[in-house]
Design a binder for this molecule. Structure first.
Ligand code: NOJ
Length: 585
């Protein structure tokens, strides 16, 4: 028997996930910030989309330097979001509707306001000193102090911060206020296991694990090879991503996850080596169910910097997907499928770059192409409405994200006079900044899009296009909306489970820069997903691609299946701008 993914059926493979980023979901108490009761009030809206799992991004106590990815207490909820009792009610609300709830596990680092770190930095003898990664300075011949190595933080600057009190540096792969935990120290691992059990015992059904492949660092803490002086953020990954003890640690977590029959997805930047990934996700290794890889979302980054202009080729995108699809399928692994999350811009602007007149069809096309591949689909809040990036005319004062603001401040410092560079950066922020995915969800056509009270100033401005029909109230009423289309796609995936969950994947029309097409095959059942990635109508000849006619239209983004049937019965098929169709062959 081969190690194909077909060999193991599992509820988590059949599930789809809806991601909630609490600050911007729904504000129930008019303080301008989303909260847990706001989420509870919309559980039917989420359920009606046809998802099985809700992933709640960090809502723990936090100074919010990195919007909750800097946790000050894993056992309590931030005041602005609610209480532990509210999360319990949320869990029950999900369960009552047949959905599960995932918590976000952020344990590569904590906040510098966590009690463990406060203790750790207080003295070299403190019992928590070893909970974090402290190293002495290096001094050059002139006696100048330098960090222990050349690793660079993902949010700009050295990854080491000098701490005057005890005269050592601590490691922070993200913000200065996010010190990295020392997983070599057994009490740290025990503390993480306790946190997991605490939330699982409350009924949570698993975890999304933040940068989980960074938890084991090479203990030599060597200088990283400088691949290119213009790409400093890449230098250190060799020594801290997928480190020597990663799988030992994941096996330990896996035992707990298995005990509770959970869903788990690990975020893993810097993995291109699929063999390495396989160790984490292969079915019988009992580590994680799936991971988020970054290849397809890094596609439009500049060569040296995410915020430099990049380009996008459909053949590259198809190539990334094909590689992961086949590799996982043939080796009994599993994919997490996503276009968007709280770290990414809106897919409609990034991948389709559609004019307003095509917004609806382009967002339907993206839903179809993504969710019917092999893997568990993730829908990020607002994606089901076709929400867009921030308006181009917004000024810098509207941007709130530490990653973007650090970049901007560095530009102002380094290049005070280069206004052209500034203008380019500004344009790129509107395309790639994390802020694009973080504007509040648009619920109604009322002021503030119904996210918060009409007279309240929300923590981040609402995209004004809520007034032009991009809002939940309008879309729930309109059977032709993106919201209902997403529900139809997820419903189709469930109805034809054998094909779309367990079927084999073959890319079709590989070299086309205009069409994204693939088949899914399970025993003698076969479906074709065919999408026009352009704003013009185009003709597609099925015979040229080995397709000899369609038995049935399962779903079409322009017409009802019956009405579309005729268009896909002749020798040449015409696809409308951004049209997607799913055919049973
Ligand atoms: C990945 C998270 O998704 C991102 O939002 C965060 O800034 C970093 N990890 C650091 O926790």
């Amino acid at each position: 028997m081969t190690r194909s993914t077909q060999n193991h059926r599992a509820w988590w493979k059949e599930s789809s996930v809806y991601q909630i980023w609490p600050a911007s979901f729904k504000d129930s108490n008019n303080d301008g910030v989303g909260d847990i009761p706001g989420i509870i009030s919309q559980l039917d809206y989420i359920k009606n989309l046809g998802v099985d799992i809700v992933w709640l991004c960090p809502s723990y106590k936090s100074p919010q330097v990195d919007m909750g990815y800097d946790i000050a207490d894993y056992y309590s909820i931030a005041d602005e979001y609610g209480t532990v009792a509210d999360v319990e009610e949320l869990i029950q609300g999900c369960h009552a509707r047949g959905m599960k709830l995932l918590m976000d596990l952020v344990v590569n680092h904590t906040s510098d306001q966590h009690e463990w770190f406060k203790q750790s930095r207080s003295s070299k003898d403190n019992e928590y000193r070893n909970w974090y990664i402290w190293k002495p300075a290096k001094y050059d011949e002139q006696g100048n102090r330098h960090p222990p190595n050349n690793w660079v933080s993902h949010f700009q600057g050295s990854a080491w911060e000098w701490d005057e009190l005890t005269g050592e540096y601590y490691l922070h792969l993200y913000a200065t206020e996010q010190p990295d935990l020392n997983w070599e120290h057994p009490p740290v691992r025990k503390a993480v296991h306790d946190i997991m059990r605490f939330w699982l015992d409350k009924g949570a059904n698993g975890f999304r694990m933040d940068v989980i492949n960074f938890i084991s660092k090479d203990q030599r803490f060597l200088d990283a090879p400088i691949k290119d002086p213009r790409t400093p953020w890449q230098w250190g990954d060799k020594w801290y991503a997928n480190g020597p003890r990663l799988h030992e640690y994941l096996q330990d977590l896996g035992k707990i996850l298995k005990e509770y029959d959970t869903f788990s997805v690990g975020e893993m930047p810097f993995v291109k080596d699929t063999n390495e990934v396989l160790k984490a996700v292969q079915y019988d290794r009992n580590e994680l169910n799936m991971i988020f890889n970054f290849e397809h979302v890094d596609i439009d980054h500049g060569v040296y910097d995410k915020f430099e202009p990049g380009s996008f080729k459909l053949t590259d995108l198809k190539g990334f997907f094909e590689r992961w699809q086949k590799f996982m399928y043939d080796n009994d692994g599993w994919n997490a499928l996503y276009w968007e999350n709280h770290d990414q811009p809106r897919s409609i602007d990034r991948f389709a770059n559609a004019k307003e007149e095509h917004r609806l069809v382009a967002s339907k096309m993206l839903a179809t192409v993504l969710a019917l591949q092999s893997g568990s689909p993730f829908v990020y809040q607002g994606q089901e409405l076709g929400m867009r990036n921030v308006p181009p005319e917004w000024g810098m004062e509207e941007y709130k994200d530490i990653d973007c603001l650090n970049h901007w401040n560095r530009m102002l410092k380094d290049r005070a006079s280069e206004t052209e560079a500034h203008a380019i950066a500004r344009q790129e922020y509107q395309k790639k900044s994390r802020d694009n995915g973080r504007t509040p969800v648009q619920w109604t056509s009322e002021p503030n899009g119904g996210f918060t009270g009409p007279d309240v100033k929300p923590w981040m401005s609402v995209n004004p296009d809520y007034a032009r029909g991009i809002n939940a109230e309008a879309e729930v009423k309109d059977p032709n909306s993106t919201y209902h289309y997403w529900a139809a796609v997820l419903g189709l995936r469930k109805k034809y489970l054998d094909i779309f969950v367990y079927g084999d994947y073959e890319l079709v029309d590989r070299d086309s820069q205009k069409v994204f097409a693939y088949t899914r095959t399970y025993e003698n059942q076969k479906a074709l997903v065919l999408a026009n990635w352009t704003e013009d109508a185009l003709e597609w000849d099925p015979a040229v691609h080995g397709v000899d006619g369609a038995r049935e239209v399962l779903l079409d983004s322009y017409d009802k299946a019956d009405a579309a049937k005729e268009r896909f019965s002749g020798a040449k098929w015409t696809l409308q701008p951004y049209e997607a169709v799913v055919l049973l062959l």
